[in-house]
Design a binder for this molecule. Structure first.
Ligand code: C2E
Ligand code: CA
Ligand code: CA
Length: 277
């Protein structure tokens, strides 16, 4: 029986290792070829809570396999982080997202881009961001928001605070992603010079029916306001939750209620006409 159990376990491990190797190979091929086709960036609206108008968009990467299948980031970001390919992937996403912002510059106030802890730790990260900004003359850097997660703080040998200070010196804004889900959110808030709090959807979904959630949200909104930060509530799917966020004076919202992530060509149909912007 022991032998059988060991056999089953090692088969599972072998499958997992195989999948990881396949994911890495796919990612390498995608980065080596036509990146924009194989690794498109999709856009999800972020809206003003009071009016529902689009104030920004989060850039979310996707992957098309050679067979034409669409993969979400959960299928390749972990492998990208393990292999270090996230550095090239992250640069690609930032460049593409900023290029789209330039194309929509009279219609879309800002673009928000995810940065993985591994990217942030790279010595070349700040110069890379500076180079992308320099490629887009006339762009107000505060219209670019970099989203980082609390795990960036953990086990990192670089001084994250210092790194974020140099990013902010470029004029871009910094958001704390998935806020509230980590183990040390208050430490994070205290130690990191961020501009935006992205309240994790676990606090947002079902908010209208849950007094504990609404108390937490009110407290985070108050805290953010006193620290001069703005708040985006993530994962808004339910009109009742939207109403509750309006009543709580939450500045902005993101979620399926306002729009799912869409390819650029579809997302831009949601934007106001340039004349009226
Ligand atoms: P995230 O940064 O928290 O991004 C928000 C995720 O929530 C997106 O999933 C989005 O589609 C989903 N979402 C938005 N509104 C709703 C809603 O109302 N309900 C629900 N249930 N989900 C909603 P997606 O695009 O699959 O991305 C998953 C994660 O992958 C992201 O979580 C982010 O951590 C990571 N990711 C995506 N793109 C990039 C990237 O370019 N670089 C890095 N480093 N990570 C990325
Ligand atoms: Ca994010
Ligand atoms: Ca998030």
């Amino acid at each position: 029986a022991g032998g059988h159990r060991l056999q089953v376990f090692s088969d599972e491990m072998r499958v997992a290792v195989k999948e990881r190797i396949a994911a890495e190979a796919r990612l390498r091929a995608a980065l080596a070829g036509d990146r924009e086709a194989a690794l498109p960036v999709w856009f999800q609206p972020i809206v003003n809570t009071a009016t529902g108008r689009i104030v920004g968009a989060e850039a979310l990467v996707r992957m098309f396999t050679p067979e034409g299948n669409l993969l979400g980031p959960g299928h390749f970001i972990p492998a990208a982080e393990e292999t270090g390919l996230i550095v090239a992937l992250g640069e690609h996403v930032l460049r593409l997202a900023v290029r789209h912002l330039m194309a929509w510059k009279n219609q879309l106030p800002y673009i928000s881009v995810n940065v993985s802890p591994r990217q942030l730790a790279e010595p070349d990260f700040v110069p890379m961001v500076a180079a992308v900004l320099a490629e887009n003359p006339g762009l107000d850097p505060s219209r670019v928001v970099l989203e980082i997660t609390e795990t960036a703080l953990l086990g990192s040998s670089v001084d994250v605070r210092e790194r974020l200070e140099s990013i902010k010196a470029l004029g871009v804004r910094v958001a704390l992603d998935d806020f509230g889900t980590g183990y040390s959110s208050l430490t994070w808030l205290q130690s990191v010079p961020a501009d935006v709090v992205k309240l994790d959807r676990s606090f947002v979904a079902g908010l209208a029916a849950d007094p504990r959630k609404s108390s937490i949200i009110s407290a985070v909104l108050w805290l953010a306001r006193s620290l001069n930060m703005t708040v985006v509530a993530e994962g808004v799917e339910d009109p009742e939750d939207w109403k509750a966020l309006q009543a709580a004076d939450c500045p902005s919202c993101q979620g399926y209620l306002f729009g799912r992530p869409l390819p650029a060509s579809e997302f831009e149909l949601m934007l106001p006409f340039p004349e009226t912007a």
